[in-house]
Every structure is written in structure tokens, then in C-alpha cells.
Design a protein around this ligand. Structure first.
Ligand code: CP
Ligand code: NVA
Length: 303
């Protein structure tokens, strides 16, 4: 593993190994056991979009691993004024030991990996959000003990979260169902891959998708960069919501997850959110542990 660009690049075994390492790092942190695997290393964190969890968990994670993280807003970098991504990464490769980038186009992340000489971590693109899904899988495994054989149901926009959940779910042996409006399905290539590598369904019927699910998952109807479409999307996605009826169709001990930030009253009702804060905020905490595992795997013992 040289980079984390998308979960599709990892095998199911590599994903499970990362989760095992994340569990160990969480145990060490909880028990005050130092784990300075990245002493003296530096991570650059380039953001072309906003963030709370990703920024703070990477920055704190790097500090706890003995290294240092630099927050690099694209507004302040020369790439915000048009400098090539390729030139930027050539320069940064000479200063840093790794880069996390949150941006719009997946191609920018891929270009960085192809041009630079240090590990690149995808901190969210319009296409996928692999770091989030590693934390999600970790959270599910903590509560359900194993992943294989569970049913994961995603309700809402077929967006970056849906894409990564499908890949992560199928690679770890879960059945994945998606409920979304017909014009907003997950990426077609990912859907085709999922259908031929596991149990995958996509429907416009929310209750059908949620039937018997062990995990219900949703995300905002309008992602970053889609702010202008928010009103239209509220109309289009009405009904693609996790509420009491949907929860009633799932397994009686179903978990509810949300990557956050949440728009309560839209993709999830306030009451369902409030009843599942334990797992939703554990999920947010697990970003820290899962990403520390990714950084250790990519950046430890590299020249
Ligand atoms: N879930 C997530 O990535 O949150 P942030 O946008 O706050 O980083
Ligand atoms: N789909 C959301 C995820 C935020 C973590 C977005 O891209 O804005």
C-alpha cells in the first residue's frame, strides 16, 4: 500500500489489517500507552473544502504519533491562484513525508500520487471518502463483532459516501443495499463491480432497501460544492430519510450511522439521531484511530 486514493485499491485483507491496527491504536490511546510510530515525520493537509472532523483528527493523530501536521488551505497556497497541482506536489514531496488532500476532482488526488514521491491520502473527493468508511467499518465491527454477513443499507444521495460504503461493505463481506432517486444513483462502475463481487441492490424504495438491515447509513442531500442545488435537492430527496418507519423495517438491533455533518429533519429525523448518538459519535471518534492506522501503514519506516 503506497497511497490511500480509494478503497477499491485495497484488498479486503488490507482493509481488515488497517482496522486491526486502528483497534490497537485506540486501545493504546485509551490506556495512555505512547505510540510514536511517526516521530519526526510531517504531514501536509491540503483543503479545497471545509472540514471539522478530517482536519482535527488528522492533526491530532499526527501529533499523537510523534509527528507534525501542517494545515494548508488552498486559499493560502499558490494552487489557489492557479499553480499546477503537479508542480505543487513536486515541491511538497521535498519537504513532507505525506500529504492528505480534500478536494473536488478524484483526478487531482490521482495526479498527485502519480507525480509526487510521498504517500497521498484522500481526505474526500466528489467521488469517494475512504477515510470515513474505514472509521465506519471499525465502528460497525466494534458493535457487531464481525462484518461478513451483515446487511448495510445506505439511504439518500448516491454520492462520495455511498460510493465508498459500497466498496468497503462488499470488500468486507457485507450485503449492501442503496435507496436513492433514479437520477442520483452511485457511480455506475462501482455499482457494476459490486453486483458482480457480492450482494448489491439499488432501489427507489426506501423500506425495501432497509428491510432487515443491520446498519442504516445516511448523509446530507447536498454535498460540499452543491450548495446552489440545496433547495431543489430538498424537494427531490424528500422521503429518502432515516426515520422511525425506516428503522422499523430494519433489524431490531440495527445501528444508525452518519458521517456528519447532519441536517436533522432532512436525511435523518431528530428523534432517530438522538436515539443513536452513541454510535454516531463513536464513529466520529474512530476517524482518529482509523486515520492513525493509515498514516502508520503508509509513512512508517519510509525514507
Ligand atoms: N465526515 C467528515 O469528513 O467530516 P468533516 O467534513 O468535518 O471533515
Ligand atoms: N457527502 C458529503 C460528505 C461530508 C463528509 C460531502 O461531500 O459534503
Amino acid at each position: 500500500m503506497k497511497h490511500l486514493l480509494r478503497l477499491g485499491d485495497l484488498s479486503g485483507e488490507e482493509i481488515i489489517e488497517l482496522l486491526n491496527l486502528a483497534d490497537q491504536l485506540k486501545y493504546e490511546r485509551r490506556n495512555g500507552i505512547p505510540h510514536p510510530h511517526l516521530a519526526g515525520k510531517t504531514l501536509g493537509m491540503i483543503f479545497r473544502k471545509s472540514s471539522t472532523r478530517t482536519r482535527v483528527s488528522f492533526e491530532v493523530g499526527m501529533y499523537e504519533l510523534g509527528g507534525m501536521a501542517l494545515f494548508l488551505s488552498s486559499n493560502d497556497l499558490q494552487i489557489g491562484r492557479g499553480e499546477d497541482t503537479a508542480d505543487t506536489i513536486r515541491v511538497l514531496s521535498r519537504y513532507l513525508d505525506g500529504i492528505m488532500i480534500r478536494t473536488f476532482a478524484q483526478s487531482e488526488v490521482e495526479e498527485m500520487a502519480a507525480t509526487g514521491s510521498i504517500p497521498i491520502i484522500n481526505g474526500l473527493t466528489d467521488y469517494c471518502h475512504p477515510c470515513q468508511v474505514l472509521a465506519d467499518l471499525m465502528t460497525i465491527r466494534e458493535r457487531k463483532r464481525s462484518l461478513a454477513g451483515l446487511k448495510l443499507c445506505f439511504i439518500g444521495d448516491g454520492n462520495n459516501m455511498a460510493n465508498s460504503l459500497i466498496v468497503g461493505g462488499i470488500k468486507t463481506g457485507m450485503a449492501v443495499s442503496v435507496a436513492c432517486p433514479s437520477g442520483h444513483k452511485p457511480d455506475a462502475e462501482i455499482a457494476a463491480w459490486a453486483a458482480s463481487n457480492g450482494s448489491y441492490t439499488c432501489t427507489e424504495n426506501v423500506l425495501e432497501a432497509a428491510a432487515g438491515a443491520d446498519v442504516l447509513y445516511t448523509d446530507v442531500w447536498a454535498s460540499m460544492g452543491q450548495e446552489d442545488e440545496a433547495a431543489e435537492r430538498r424537494r427531490l430527496f424528500a422521503g429518502y430519510q432515516i426515520n422511525r418507519d425506516v428503522l422499523g423495517a430494519a433489524a431490531s438491533d440495527a445501528m444508525v450511522l452518519h458521517c456528519l455533518p447532519a441536517h436533522k429533519g432532512e436525511e435523518i429525523t431528530q428523534d432517530v439521531f438522538d436515539a443513536h448518538t452513541d454510535e454516531i459519535f463513536e464513529e466520529a471518534e474512530n476517524r482518529l484511530h482509523a486515520q492513525k492506522a493509515v498514516m502508520v501503514r503508509l509513512m512508517k519506516n519510509k525514507a
